[in-house]
Write a protein that binds this ligand. Structure first.
Ligand SMILES: [Zn+2]
Length: 101
């Protein structure tokens, strides 16, 4: 039987069982979804939503955790009032200066 390179690659991928993730990203994504359920923003395109999330994450401390596939995610305490205040500020900034035409 001939060994093909794709088999070798998939074996290497199987060995990567851990990922470093930032829990703040999940919190900000969720906060934006919550906000958009009841409020309007000036533009809903992917670029503007990504800008809002990036601006917010720059102002919040990161909470990195190690994720193992199939393992339950470790939850950090986050202050929802503070997260929403940071998000609102980012939404305002993106609304004032849309980075696309
Ligand atoms: Zn936009």
């Amino acid at each position: 039987m001939v060994q093909v390179s794709s088999i070798h690659t998939s074996k290497e991928l199987e060995n990567i069982r851990y990922e470093i993730k930032n829990y703040s990203e999940i919190v900000v994504h969720q906060a934006l979804q919550d906000y958009l359920r009841d409020n309007k923003i000036s533009c809903y395109c992917d670029r503007c939503q990504a800008d809002i999330i990036a601006l917010s994450l720059n102002r919040l401390p990161p909470h990195y955790y190690v994720s193992s596939y199939g393992e339950l995610m470790l939850k950090y305490e986050s202050d929802p009032v503070h997260v929403m205040a940071v998000l609102l500020s980012a939404i305002q900034q993106v609304s004032d200066k849309a980075s696309h035409s």
